[in-house]
Design a protein. Structure first.
Length: 280
């Protein structure tokens, strides 16, 4: 069995080399060998086959409340949909599992490239629909586990069970993190003497707690960073609160997207989209 797998790997690699070098007969022999044994293979173009340039695309983002926000993204046609989802998670905080993309009236697969979807030049359009956290049954731990799993998959690690943070189940296999830090004791007995080293008291976090996943969000954020849940209606941003650097970047990015949208609106016939207002 192992010898057969090794031979199949060699044939697959030789097939890729033969196609790259234009050796038609060799490529045909390798393809026939693999087809006769019905070996499951994955054929995908390398990044070098695509044009190496950045393009700016228009994306209509619609949330669960049917509020649509236009944004502009700088992407490369060789990117896969999975990479695009990760980009949106990195820049805007939308977990990949709640992102539903529509490109050219179809739902693309994660392994498909933007070029395959027809996104190849400046101004090409796509639509992103954000599912609600409740509909996807998401919580903070689930979002973190999904993010860790995607990172491991990019490294080629697909086996093993990820353990939620803070479970304290030391007997479970997989990747886990310690639950809570414990007090550090020296050789003295536990007590109030000098042998006890206390931990510094952590200042309470300023912000609002998401009703869906309990994540503590920054005061100025209108939606949950983890699950896109709505901010409680009765929450009021403290008067003395000052925006940090990340929040200022959010605001600047939102203003820039609005400016670009207004700039091209007069000379561009926009497709009909539902919803009114602006969101994050």
């Amino acid at each position: 069995m192992e010898e057969t797998i090794r031979k199949a790997e060699q044939q697959a690699l030789r097939l890729a080399e033969a196609i790259r070098d234009g050796e038609e007969e060799v490529a045909q022999r390798c393809a026939v060998w693999l087809a006769e044994r019905r070996v499951p293979v994955k054929v995908q173009l390398e990044r070098d086959a695509y044009p190496e340039h950045d393009i700016r695309i228009w994306v209509g983002v619609e949330d669960a409340q049917m509020v649509t926000t236009p944004i502009f993204l700088k992407v490369q046609p060789s990117m896969t949909m999975a990479s695009l989802k990760d980009m949106m998670h990195l820049h805007y905080g939308f977990p990949p599992s709640i992102q539903k993309w529509v490109v050219g009236r179809r739902l693309p697969q994660d392994h498909e490239t933007l070029h395959y979807q027809g996104i190849q030049r400046d101004g090409d359009q796509a639509y992103l629909y954000l599912m609600s956290a409740k509909a996807k049954k998401l919580d903070k731990e689930t979002v973190e586990l999904n993010h860790e799993r995607r990172q491991l998959e990019e490294l080629g690690i697909t086996e093993g069970v990820l353990v939620p943070r803070g479970t304290g189940d030391s007997g479970s296999s997989g990747i886990s993190t310690p639950t809570e830090p414990s007090l550090i004791l020296d050789t003295h007995e536990e007590g109030s003497g000098p042998g006890l080293t206390t931990l510094p008291v952590e200042a309470p976090k300023v912000g609002w707690e998401c009703p869906s996943c309990t994540f503590i969000n920054k005061p100025s954020r209108p939606g949950c960073e983890m699950c896109c849940g709505e901010r409680p209606m009765n929450y009021v941003v403290p008067e003395d609160y000052k925006l940090d650097e990340e929040e200022q970047e959010w605001l600047q990015r939102d203003l820039e997207a609005t400016r670009q949208y207004k700039q091209v609106r007069e000379g561009w016939t926009w497709p009909a989209i539902s919803g009114r207002g602006r969101g994050w």
